[in-house]
Design a protein around this ligand. Structure first.
Ligand SMILES: Nc1nc2c(ncn2[C@@H]2O[C@H](COP(=O)(O)OP(=O)(O)OP(=O)(O)O)[C@@H](O)[C@H]2O)c(=O)[nH]1
Ligand SMILES: [Mg+2]
Length: 465
């Protein structure tokens, strides 16, 4: 099938999560109400959907950044924030999605090959909303004076690549004007000349009107005996075979040899049927070209009659003046759409699937890893611990103390001790650094007035106490 690849790189970002709210109920007759901060909303996802109506990645040619909506913040009186809306991007069937390395922009991971209609791929999940302060109530912490921040998410680069397939193929004798027509209908600029076999390899053009979008292929001219290998066309008949619609172009002038247009029509039909009987049943538009030339009326009316007899749509056009081209584009567009609907219906039975891409951290979502980063310094990585760090309100001592107790409970302190961490060592998570104090849970005050760990920005040496 005539195909060329279409490739774009886009930047996608899920919406940040909304912050949880720190609030206490306030009523005239209740002096000190309970905590009532609402949770933050989840950020929207960026989702790719395979859409059989799309035939190119042109939508991504000039716009490269796509971000979903953020979740809104929680409010008092237990009002939760609203989830951000997903951003759904339609891509053509056959789109291959690859994650790129953020630094090098080299392909890093093949994510999916979206081949089925409706198939979805979450390429940039939104951040989680933060919990409001009621979430942190315990028997001893009746009035938690902290809430969680929303989870911020970072952007990622992905590559979309599609192998374009022609929806319609222009076939006909040499020099009937196939290349001239594709040049009229699309931005394709093939070679055009008044000698046969000007076109040696197929050309593709994208036809875009207000209503339609489809790909047309212009193939080398066919002659009698093409199905047996005569001329150039034989090698390219297999391309025609895989196009949903055939645009059968006939020269209404009869060409330089003064051929009979009806004989031309029948000769090409015979070649198609000989090559593959299925091709004879393919939806076909009969296109009478060069009607700007004198004395073509008779040929046009005979071709129109033939089209009626054969039950095929008909268009009389001039690639030179543009006459009839809109009609041809619409006729072709209708047939292409009909074929797409048919294919869609056939495929509708098949299940769609959804997959989220979490980047490199898939599979180790709750675990963490510890690595020595030099004398007395430790690097801790893991989706869960990192999320806890970014969702902590570092200006709030109580929130920080709560984070410490979570680390303790998930076994991070013990794991650090097992690795050989000692009091005073530095523990790094993302951009934050902590002083390791190796406290046991029993040692932790239930409600801390201040952090047991000294915290500073790891990049800011001066800030270190
Ligand atoms: N007057 C007139 N001439 C046309 C029209 N369309 C094409 N021609 C001329 O016909 C000749 C052949 O046109 P092409 O578009 O190269 O024909 P083709 O079917 O692609 O030919 P091959 O690639 O050799 O099979 C050129 O000289 C064109 O300028 C038309 O609508 N009117
Ligand atoms: Mg040509």
């Amino acid at each position: 099938m005539p195909e060329f690849t279409d490739r774009v790189r886009i930047n996608v970002k899920g919406g940040d999560g909304g912050a949880g709210c720190l609030s206490f109920r306030r009523e005239a007759h209740v002096p000190k109400g309970g905590p009532d901060g609402g949770d933050g909303g989840k950020g929207g996802d960026v989702v790719l959907v395979a859409d059989p109506r799309k035939s190119s990645l042109i939508d991504f040619r000039y716009k490269h950044h796509f971000a979903a909506e953020r979740g809104t913040h929680g409010k008092g009186a237990r009002k939760h924030g609203r989830d951000g809306a997903d951003l759904v991007l339609s891509v053509p069937l056959g789109t291959v999605v690859t994650a790129l390395d953020h630094e090098t922009m080299e392909p890093a991971e093949r994510l999916a090959d979206l081949t089925r209609p409706g198939e979805r791929l979450v390429v940039a999940p939104g951040g989680r909303g933060g919990f409001g302060n009621p979430h942190f109530v315990t028997s001893v912490r009746r009035a938690p004076a902290f809430a969680e921040r929303g989870e911020p998410v970072s952007d990622r680069w992905i590559e979309l690549e599609m192998k374009l397939m022609a929806d319609a193929a222009l076939v006909g004798m040499p020099s009937v004007g196939k290349s001239s027509l594709i040049a009229r209908m699309s931005a394709a600029r093939p070679k055009i000349a008044d000698y046969p076999f000007t076109t040696l390899v197929p050309n593709l053009g994208m036809v875009r009107t207000d209503e339609y979008e489809y790909v047309v292929a212009d193939v080398p001219g066919l002659i009698e005996g093409a199905a047996e290998g005569k001329g150039l066309g034989h090698d390219f008949l297999r391309h025609v075979e895989r196009s949903a619609v055939i645009l059968h172009v006939v020269d209404a002038t009869g060409g330089l040899e003064g051929r009979d247009p009806i004989e031309d029509l029948e000769a090409i039909d015979l070649e198609l049927a000989t090559y593959d009987p299925e091709l004879a049943k393919r939806p076909q538009v009969i296109v009478a070209n060069k009607i700007d030339m004198p004395e073509t009326e008779l040929a046009v009316s005979r071709l129109r009659e033939a089209a009626e007899r054969l039950g095929r749509p008909f268009a009389a056009v001039s690639a030179i003046t543009g006459q009839g081209i809109r009609t041809l584009e619409a006729l072709t567009g209708d047939l292409v759409e009909r074929e797409r609907d048919r294919r869609e219906a056939e495929l509708a039975e098949e299940a769609t699937y959804e997959r989220e891409w979490h980047g490199a951290r898939d599979g180790e979502r709750d675990g963490f890893s510890i690595e020595r980063e030099g004398e007395g310094a430790w690097r801790v990585e893991g989706a869960a611990v990192e999320r806890m760090v970014v969702q902590t309100d570092w200006d709030n001592d109580e929130a920080v103390a709560y984070l410490q107790s979570r680390f303790e409970r998930m076994g991070l302190d013990d794991a650090l001790a097992a690795e050989g961490a000692r009091d005073g060592d530095e523990v790094r998570i993302l951009e934050m650094a902590f002083d390791y104090v190796g406290l046991r849970e029993d040692d932790l005050p239930e409600r801390a007035d201040g952090p047991d760990l000294e915290i500073w920005d790891a990049d800011d040496e001066g800030a270190r106490p």
